[in-house]
Design a protein around this ligand. Structure first.
Ligand code: BGC
Length: 757
């Protein structure tokens, strides 16, 4: 009976969407019949908006193009007033009155800024992540935006690559869950109303595997690795119904992604069933000239033929497509298909019904940067912090005594939101000093000093402080700046050192070949440790850093990434123990850059190093460093401690589609209530192709009170054992499997099962 009801509901839902699709088709067919070739090509154009000044947009170059029907949309324009003015040009002055779509890089919040995505991923809390995207959508839509260039789901295993900050780390399973949560958060359950915006998953594909971690660089890997390790999060976004996809800049397998028919059509549309539109990245088509694909006309034709629908900034499609059509280099069907997909996106968003649907001045005044949203961002930021070390329980700090807050990031608002915070108002962000003062209460004295500049090299510091995120370099001699800090350190009970990277040391075009804390700050840290006072390193970073020295010598390390507009408060909440940290790393922290790429789900090699050893001749290892990272994937401490029971299995010999239940008991053995992310890993011991030593297959974040024990069970089915084999067939293979459950990827309990077909 229940099944019949479900089937009936499914039938009604699909009939309904069939009817809606038919209605959309009728509408778009009718509109396209009226369109000239030029107008069709115009829809594919997403020019740079330049400086649109309210009240003067009508006189701009862009205005002329909009009136001529040569613009499909615009992006990164902020404010309802500006957007309304430009939309008016489209729907009042252009011949067919087709509305524009308005995009923006709403990456981790709008004006209320949430932690950078890498930090957000360390919450391992899908509801929280989804809510952060929902709030971002509500604020952005209140301010005129209806399309966001997010989520960025590029798997990244190379911390030299600055854009590792913008994604969810190294793991395809965790990355896929997050991709889905974010798409659902932005798009909501439908575009009815005006608080849901269209999501754009990026950068398709394999952008995170740039050789040598240098941005925009070539990627080249086996198809097996692509399908098992890099493509799953993009597919998860497609499965979640993402409305659009952004092509990546990089070369994949010898073809720039923007010209790859295999990626844009064969995999994305034919294999995965994607129905939305594909936009290039910023001048992605033009850059194919440098890639060596040909002139702008050739590059544009290649992009269109591959399945690209919209051209960001470069206007290659706008300026060359008519010629290419005449010369038989593209077909009318290809132009029509791309134009149709853009019109469909606008139709789905409801822009034909009401082009000003997202232009409600009242919403802009009342729904952006609200107290409620800021509260949520503060709580979310606290969940994203990862406690890397806490010797002798230095943390949490008592709300009495004297704290010396030292470091170039101690009192800086501008850097707190982190990279890609396009809509943020930095003046409204909270510095750590402000947050500490507010949360500390009246019994704590806080002294503060800079201690050092970000880096010795002022030119480096300029490059690392772009987009208004200066660290306000101190021009006094380094020794003077240091002495001032040591003087206040002497008077303190505890030193809080706010060090690490500036916000723009990660993000786009911010690759580093050295992934340590800059030397000027390391020198400061060493001097602070030498005072003999307890030191807490509050580490700001947009990437995994090489922290071997720090881990060996600094008693407490709290990694706070870039926590967003409310970071200052959230850090204080955790330092004082109002919130118990529960973040877990979504990327491995190496000992040094020479170990890169280092990730937990590696293959075994034929000569693996025995566990516990760090060197053996003729084994897979290094002469000068062990194979171990400083902090493994999934790692993160709490102010309390957890102990795990052995794994209980419902069965050890399974057949076919049976389900295995694996259970552990987790006890909070410390004196604080806390949250723990219980992680399930599986190893497929023997395969037709070599398989990773372990792969994340599930996790549960649970709250456990001090002294309490909770039982956590995972249901495992053959679906969880599937992988793409040598022929790229997605299936599972019978045999032995190791089931591992634990507090991080290294520290796990193990059990074995055999599973036959
Ligand atoms: C970035 C994209 C971004 C786009 C638009 C590009 O440089 O690679 O991630 O969405 O600019 O701002």
């Amino acid at each position: 009976m229940k099944r019949r009801i479900i089937l009936l509901v499914l039938c009604i839902v699909s009939l309904n969407s069939f009817a809606q699709d038919a209605k959309m088709k009728t509408f778009v067919d009718a509109l396209m019949k009226k369109m000239t070739l030029e107008e069709k090509i115009g829809q594919l154009n997403l020019p740079g908006s330049g400086d649109i000044v309210t009240g003067q947009a009508g006189n701009s170059d862009i205005a002329k193009k909009i009136e001529q029907g040569k613009v499909g949309g615009l992006f990164n324009i902020k404010s309802v007033a500006k957007i309304k003015e430009v939309q008016k040009l489209a729907v009042e002055k252009s011949r067919l009155k087709i509305p524009l779509i308005f995009g923006m890089d709403v990456i981790h919040g709008y004006e209320t800024v949430f932690p950078i995505p890498l930090g957000l991923s360390c919450t391992w809390d899908m509801d929280l992540i989804k809510r952060s995207a929902r709030i971002a959508a509500i604020e952005a839509s209140a301010d005129g935006i209806n399309w966001t260039f997010s989520p960025m789901v590029d798997i990244a295993r190379d911390p030299r690559w600055g854009r590792i900050a913008e994604g969810s780390g190294e793991d395809p399973y965790l990355g896929s869950q997050i991709a889905k949560a974010m798409v659902n958060g932005y798009q909501g359950s439908s575009y009815a109303g005006n608080t849901s915006i269209m999501s754009c998953v990026k950068h398709y594909a394999m952008y995170g595997a740039a050789e040598a971690g240098r941005d925009y660089n070539t990627t080249d890997m086996s198809h097996q690795r692509m399908f098992n390790e890099y493509l799953p999060p993009y597919k998860a976004a497609v499965d979640a119904g993402v409305g659009s996809v952004m092509a990546s800049f990089n070369d994949v397998d010898g073809v720039p992604a923007t010209a790859s028919k295999w990626l844009m059509t064969d995999v994305l549309r034919k294999q995965w069933g994607f129905k939305g539109f594909v936009v290039t990245d910023y001048t992605g088509i033009n850059e194919m000239i440098e890639h060596g694909i040909g002139d702008l006309q050739t590059a544009s034709a290649r992009a269109l033929m591959a399945g690209i629908d919209m051209d960001m900034v470069g206007e290659g499609l706008l300026t060359t497509t008519q010629k290419s059509l005449k010369e038989g280099k593209v077909t009318l069907a290809q132009i029509d298909a791309a134009c149709r997909r853009i019109l469909e996106a606008k139709y789905k968003l409801g822009l034909f019904e009401n082009p000003y649907k997202y232009c409600d001045e009242n919403r802009a005044k009342t729904e952006v940067f609200t107290a409620a949203n800021r509260k949520e961002a503060r709580a979310t930021a606290a969940q994203s912090f990862v406690l890397l070390k806490n010797q002798n329980n230095i943390l949490p700090i008592k709300k009495t005594g004297t704290i010396a807050l030292i470091g170039p990031l101690a009192d800086n608002k501008e850097n707190m939101p982190g990279t890609w915070s396009v809509a943020a108002d930095f003046s409204k962000a909270t510095s750590l000093l402000t947050g500490l003062k507010e949360v500390a209460g009246s019994q704590v004295k806080i002294l503060t000093a800079r201690g050092s500049n970000l880096d010795e090299d002022s030119l480096f510091e300029d490059r690392a402080g772009m987009f208004g995120k200066s660290l306000h370099r101190d021009s006094r001699p380094a020794a003077v700046i240091l002495q001032e800090a040591l003087d206040i350190a002497k008077q303190s009970d505890v030193i809080v050192a706010a060090l690490g990277e500036s916000a723009e040391m990660s993000g786009e075009s911010s690759s580093r070949s050295n992934i340590s804390i800059p030397k000027a700050q390391q020198d400061l840290l060493k001097a602070l440790v030498q005072t003999g006072k307890p030191v807490v390193l509050v580490l700001f970073t947009g990437r995994p850093l090489a922290l071997k020295w720090e881990n060996d010598h600094v008693p407490a390390i709290l990694n706070v990434w870039f926590g967003g507009s409310e970071a200052g408060y959230a850090i204080a909440d955790v330092l004082f123990g109002d919130v118990n940290p529960s973040g877990k790393l979504s990327t491995t922290f190496p000992q040094n850059v020479g170990q890169v790429p280092i990730y937990y789900a590696h293959k075994n090699t034929g000569r693996p190093l025995a566990e516990g050893k760090w060197f053996e001749k003729f084994r897979s290892n290094y002469l000068d460093v062990s194979n171990e990272p400083v902090y493994p994937f999934g790692y993160g401490l709490s102010y309390t401690s957890f102990s795990y029971s052995d794994i209980k299995l419902s069965n050890t010999a399974l057949k076919g589609n049976q389900t295995l239940t694996a259970t552990v008991s987790v006890t909070n053995t410390g004196s604080y209530d806390g949250k723990e992310v219980v992680q399930l890993y599986i190893r497929d011991v023997v395969g037709s192709v070599t398989r990773p030593v372990k792969e994340l297959k599930g996790f549960q974040k649970i709250a456990i009170k001090a002294g309490e024990t909770k039982t956590v069970s995972f249901s495992i089915s053959p679906n969880d054992l599937k992988f793409y084999n040598y022929d790229l067939k997605y299936d599972w293979e019978a045999g032995d499997f190791e089931i591992m459950i634990g507090t991080n990827s290294k520290d796990v309990k193990k059990a074995k099962v055999n599973w036959v077909k």
